[in-house]
Design a protein around this ligand. Structure first.
Ligand code: FES
Length: 572
């Protein structure tokens, strides 16, 4: 059998002037000539390390463990930085820049001499942006995730990101002082790693493990646990073999792999952001996937992992109880067991020996943590292209509810009015926020689980139906309808809701309707004036021009699909 020439040899295997230029400057790093001779696969390490992305701030260290594995297996590692999106700091929202980061990743991989790539992902958007970008190039690739931080401790209690929403309510009610709030900050974030609950970061790490893009246990080993470095080392060793076996992303990312990921997301009570990111990845790799798939495949699966925000514990605890392989084993009769993964084994083989060590953490199909999980996809005259709700994070008796709309025209209107004692609202009302969709904000921020009015919190109200075209943090909870599509800023029906209208939510029947006549609807539609979007230059201008809607993954229309890994022109 003839050995396939490595892609990197299109650069380093050249003679004459071209070869000189491609190799010479690399040698200023002290790299000996034999590394360029084509025997060692060049492995790119796509690193999202940044001190502004604290969830990934340990990645320099983790990359060293990864390199050790690559060297040991006979590869040649070359690390490169890409745009890193820190969820907690970026304004107006990291989601605005997910597509930009994915373009950085895609072009960095395609333009450079690498045979395979390891994607170092952690904080929420760093996973989808890297996977989307790499999928559009389609070379052998693996994901190495950050791992969750250790669970926080505050006043004798375990805490994590989901507690921020509870603290915020206590602060509003005067039960928690500013000094206590500051104390809780350090108590919550006491180790390296990403958010401790099954927020979006952990959801994304579970997604890549379920898709088969990462080694088993990638999703749950804590960042501070030495076994995270072992995993990095093993990932480094394996990517070299993956290149030799020439297994590309498109061979892993099949329709069956996507269906597995949807089922696993339901089993762990994963974030609603999963829908947007998985849809975008599917469209990059050319797999058909739409909103109804999320409802169909997740409806078979109850909540198996007892992890916040849907359950009680933390991702760290889930690792000690058996990790994601043990969760997947509980639902294996539903999974496509023959889906190939990056370690060369199938999902079925990877989970065959997984064991559960703690039934408080991992339920079974017969005795789940909660009977309903996954994603409910709603349709109706308020959301012709769909809206979503996470039943496991909602209040059961609000899942069928009709209430009077209290409308906030945008986030500023909400902030100005929500705590006004004269706001005409009670706990039966439906809170509606407009203009927080992909174009309206812009960037579709995580404001959909808008806080309840202070006067209702004082009465002990814990949850209300809330509807918006925005997103919700993966650590958030409540009876919250999100991702209403099309969004209000472009004339979606949400734009026509007025104070006092009645809205009917029926999750079992998957409907969301504004209870006004068709004539009234038309009258309001004719009078609609689109929101003025005050961005005239730069990336945000491109975003507003090219972004698609929530049900399509909020990607740019021109980024869907793959351009492959070939570069036809040379640089000199
Ligand atoms: Fe980075 Fe939560 S802020 S994962």
């Amino acid at each position: 059998m003839t050995k396939k020439k490595l892609r990197s040899q299109e650069w380093y295997g050249r003679t004459g002037k071209d070869g000189f230029i491609y190799r010479s400057w690399m040698k200023n790093q002290g790299l000996p000539h034999h590394l360029f001779e084509g025997e060692k696969p060049v492995i790119g390490i796509c690193n999202t390390w940044s001190e502004l992305t604290p969830c990934n701030a340990h990645f320099r260290d983790l990359a060293e463990a990864l390199k050790r594995g690559i060297w040991e297996a006979g590869g040649f590692p070359l690390e490169f930085p890409v745009m890193s999106l820190g969820e907690c700091s970026i304004k107006p929202t990291a989601m605005l820049f997910r597509n930009l980061a994915s373009m950085d990743v895609e072009e960095s991989i395609r333009a450079n001499p690498m045979d395979g790539v390891v994607l170092m992902c952690g904080c929420d958007k760093t996973t989808p942006s890297l996977v989307m970008g790499a999928a559009s190039v389609d070379i052998p690739a693996m994901v190495l995730s950050s791992g969750p931080m250790l669970v926080g401790r505050f006043k004798g209690k375990k805490i994590g990101t989901s507690d921020i929403w509870r603290f915020a309510e206590d602060f509003k009610l005067g039960k928690l002082s500013q000094e206590e709030f500051i104390e809780a900050e350090a108590a919550m974030s006491r180790s390296v790693g990403h958010c401790a609950p099954m927020g979006t970061a952990s959801t994304m790490a579970a997604m890549v493990e379920a898709l088969g893009l990462a080694l088993p246990d990638n999703a749950t080993i804590p960042a501070a646990d030495s076994r995270r470095k072992v995993l990095a080392h093993m990932t480094g060793m394996r990517i070299v073999e993956l290149v030799k076996e020439d297994i590309k992303m498109s061979q892993i990312l099949t329709r069956n792999a996507f269906e597995n990921a949807i089922m696993v997301n339901a089993a762990v009570g994963g974030s609603t952001n999963f829908i947007l990111h998985l849809t975008a990845i599917a469209k990059r790799i050319g797999v058909e996937l739409d909103l109804t798939d999320f409802d169909y495949f997740s409806s078979k699966i109850p909540l198996i992992a007892n992890v916040q925000p849907s359950g009680e514990y933390w991702v760290e605890d889930l690792f000690y109880a058996g990790g994601l392989p043990a969760v997947m084993r509980e639902i294996e009769k539903h999974l496509h067991r023959d889906a190939l993964t990056v370690n060369g084994k199938t999902i079925g083989e990877n989970i065959a020996k997984a064991e559960c060590w703690d039934r408080n953490l991992i339920g079974t199909l017969d005795n789940p943590i909660k009977p309903e999980s996954g994603i409910a996809v709603l349709k109706g005259n308020l959301c012709p292209n769909g809206a979503v709700l996470k039943p496991s994070a909602a209040t059961p008796n609000l899942l069928v509810h009709t209430g009077r709309a209290v409308v906030f025209e945008n986030i500023d209107d909400y902030k100005a009015k929500v705590d006004d004692p004269n706001l005409d609202i009670d706990e039966t009302c439906v809170m509606v926020m407009k203009n927080v969709g992909p174009k309206g904000y812009p960037g579709m921020p995580e404001v959909g689980n808008m806080g309840l009015p202070k006067k209702l919190l004082e009465q002990g109200v814990k949850d209300m139906v809330r509807i918006s075209d925005g997103r919700m943090s993966g650590t958030g909870f409540g009876t919250v309808v999100l991702h209403v599509s099309p969004e209000s800023a472009i004339g979606g029906p949400l734009a026509f809701v007025q104070n006092g209208d009645m809205i009917s939510l029926d999750v079992p029947n998957r409907t969301l309707n504004l209870l006004i006549s068709e004539e009234e609807f038309e009258k309001r539609r004719i009078g609609f004036i689109p929101t003025q979007l005050p961005y005239e230059r730069g990336y945000v201008n491109l975003f507003l021009d090219k972004v698609n809607q929530a049900h399509e993954g909020v990607d740019f229309d021109f980024l869907q699909g793959s351009s492959g890994s070939e570069v036809k022109r040379d640089s000199h």
